[in-house]
Design a binder for this molecule. Structure first.
Ligand code: KIV
Length: 274
C-alpha cells in the first residue's frame, strides 16, 4: 500500500520523524523504496546532480516528467513528490494547474512541490482545490538563486525570520500538506515546526524539523563537485564507481575480460563447416 499524505501528517501528530530522499531514476527509486523511505522527491536538483547544469533553472517540465515517471515505476510504496520546475507555475494560476495536472496524469506521482511563500498561497490553494496535494518550499529557494544572490541561509535577521514564519502559516492555510524548510537557522525551524500543524521537512534546517530531506547524490557520495554543509555522506559510491571502471579498463586492456564465463559457447562442428 502506497503511503498517503494522511499518513505523513499523522506521523507529525504521533511525533514520528519523517525521512525523505530525492531520486531521479527507476533503479535508485526501487532501492530506496525497498529500504523503506516513506517520501521520495523527484527534485529539480536533478538539473545539477544528474544533468550537470550550474543551477536548477534550466530544468523544464518535460525533463521532470521523464524522470518522475521513471521513479514512479521504481517505487511502489513511497509517496512520490514531483518538483515543479522554474517558470512552470509563475505565469498564472491556470499555468500552475495545467502543469501540476501533467505531473499527476503523465507520471502517476501523487503530489507536487513548489517554491515560494505568501505570494504562492493562492496558487497552492487552487491546486489543492483541484485534488492535487501540494508540498511547499520556503527558506532558501534555489529557483530564485539570481534574486537571492547565492546559496545562503535565510531567516537570520528579525525581518526575514518574521517573513518566514508568515510564509509557513500562509502555506498551511492555503492547504499545503507539508513544507520544506531549506537552509534556515535551526532554532527558527524549530519555532516554525511548533507553530504549524503540518510537517516541516528540513534540509540544512536542524533537528527541530518534523522530518529531513537529503539529495541522494550527496548521501551516496556521487556528486562531489560541491558538498553542502548540511550533507552527510553515508556511502562513497563515487569512489566505488571509479575503482570499478578503472579495474574494467585494465582488464579489457590486458585481455583478461571477458573470460569463457562471460562468453557464449558454440558447437565446434558447426563452426568447422562455416
Ligand atoms: O530539488 C530538490 O532536490 C529540492 C530539495 C533540496 C528539497 O528541492
Amino acid at each position: 500500500m502506497r503511503i498517503t499524505i494522511g499518513k505523513i501528517k499523522e506521523m507529525k501528530q504521533k511525533g514520528e520523524k519523517i525521512s525523505m530522499l530525492t531520486a531521479y531514476d527507476y533503479a535508485t527509486a526501487k532501492l530506496i523504496d525497498e529500504a523503506g523511505i516513506p517520501l521520495i522527491l523527484v527534485g529539480d536538483s536533478l538539473g545539477m546532480v544528474m544533468l550537470g547544469y550550474e543551477s536548477t533553472i534550466p530544468v523544464t517540465m518535460d525533463v521532470m516528467i521523464h524522470h518522475t515517471a521513471a521513479v514512479v515505476r521504481g517505487a511502489k510504496n513511497a509517496l512520490i513528490v514531483g518538483d515543479m520546475p522554474f517558470m512552470s507555475y509563475h505565469l498564472s494560476i491556470e499555468q500552475a494547474l495545467a502543469n501540476a495536472g501533467r505531473f499527476i496524469q503523465e507520471t502517476g506521482c501523487q503530489t507536487v512541490k513548489l517554491e515560494g511563500g505568501q505570494e504562492m498561497a493562492p496558487t497552492i490553494a487552487k491546486i489543492v482545490e483541484c485534488g492535487i496535494p501540494v508540498m511547499g518550499h520556503i527558506g532558501l529557494t534555489p529557483q530564485s538563486i539570481n534574486q537571492l544572490g547565492g546559496y545562503k541561509a535565510v531567516g537570520k535577521t528579525p525581518d526575514t525570520a518574521v517573513k518566514l514564519i508568515k510564509d509557513a502559516v500562509a502555506l498551511e492555510q492555503a492547504g499545503a500538506y507539508a513544507i520544506v524548510l531549506e537552509t534556515v537557522p535551526a532554532p527558527l525551524s524549530k519555532k516554525i515546526s511548533e507553530k504549524i500543524s503540518i510537517p516541516t521537512i528540513g534540509i540544512g534546517a536542524g533537528a527541530g524539523c518534523d522530518g529531513q530531506v537529503q539529495v541522494i547524490s550527496d548521501l551516496l557520495g556521487i556528486y562531489t563537485e560541491f558538498v553542502p554543509k548540511h550533507a552527510k555522506q553515508y556511502a562513497q559510491i563515487g569512489k566505488t564507481i571509479k575503482t570499478a571502471a578503472a579495474e574494467y579498463i585494465a582488464e579489457v586492456t590486458a585481455g583478461t575480460f571477458p573470460t569463457d564465463k562471460q562468453s557464449i559457447a558454440m558447437d565446434e562442428s558447426i563452426l568447422k563447416d562455416l
